[in-house]
Design a protein around this ligand. Structure first.
Ligand SMILES: [Zn+2]
Length: 275
């Protein structure tokens, strides 16, 4: 393939593979990454070390399950394929045999809500898909079951897989899930972790809709789930270059500004008695 299509996306996939190694969430060439294109997806080839991988070796597949070019796709292409077919929101997929996810998967255990961040995968736990031989349709089917309402799952006696809207987000999610698996594993060494109840996790999941977003990125009409601190400067004057010094502006909010002495007295009267 002299001039492969989607050259920048091919390069981004290789960069994501190298980043996966940097993050320490990949073992050898066992991990594989893909990204959606119109009518199909691009996926890492089978058995080529990331350091030596060239953009033209990234394999294009269509949504009929066929591939183009001289290189075979990853032996795990079915799982990627089934995610793109069944999860329209998936823009990229990462599959790894990361240490702690794989260790937990060997116990065929799900990761429960021992930490609220479990919600990053979309639910109140991260399930473990039933075991099936690698590369089979049976494994892919088990994976889809475990991914119901989720964007990540463990794969029994195998590893983990996750997806998100793009390569960056998916790689981030893979790192988060591995961290959660490690934290859970460590907690289990010394006791029985407390599990957050369903009510609290539903509260967390509602808040996650705006998690990590700036005010400008929120959908219209949606409020921040966690109330931000009051903004002190005036955004209008900041944009026209007449930004005032910090603290010189009238504070936001309805409260009238109190003279310094009165404010100090009020603050003092509000103090808790010394313990
Ligand atoms: Zn695998």
């Amino acid at each position: 393939m002299a001039n492969p299509t989607h050259l920048s996306l091919r390069k981004a996939i290789i960069a994501a593979c190298l980043k996966m190694n940097e993050l320490g969430i990949n073992q050898g060439t066992s991990g594989n990454i893909s990204a959606r294109i119109e009518g199909g997806f691009l996926i890492t080839p089978s058995g080529i070390p990331y350091e030596k991988m060239k953009p033209e070796q990234i394999v294009e597949m269509d949504l009929g399950g066929g591939y183009f070019g001289d290189y075979l796709p990853s032996s795990e292409w079915r799982m990627h394929y089934d995610i793109y077919l069944n999860k329209p929101e998936a823009g990229a997929v990462v599959h790894t045999h990361s240490i702690y996810c794989t260790a937990l998967a060997s116990l065929q255990e799900r990761i429960p809500a021992f930490h609220y961040m479990i919600g990053v995968a979309g639910g109140t736990n991260i399930r473990c898909a039933d075991y099936a031989t690698f590369g089979t349709q049976e494994l892919s089917g088990n994976m889809l079951k475990a991914l119901q309402g989720r964007s990540a799952c463990l794969l029994a006696n195998h590893g983990m897989i996750c997806f998100a809207k793009d390569l960056d987000k998916t790689l981030w999610l893979a790192g988060e899930v591995e961290t959660l698996a490690q934290q859970y594993w460590i907690a289990r060494q010394v006791g029985k972790p407390n599990i957050l109840n369903k009510r609290e996790m539903n509260n967390v999941l509602a808040r996650f809709k705006s998690y990590g977003k700036q005010t400008k990125d929120l959908p219209k009409g949606e409020a921040m789930a966690v109330e931000p601190p009051p903004r002190r400067d005036n955004p209008k004057s900041a944009t026209n270059g007449t930004s005032a010094k910090r603290g010189a502006k009238k504070p936001a909010g309805k409260a009238k500004r109190q003279p310094a002495k009165r404010a100090a007295r009020t603050a003092k009267s509000r103090q808790e008695p010394a313990a």
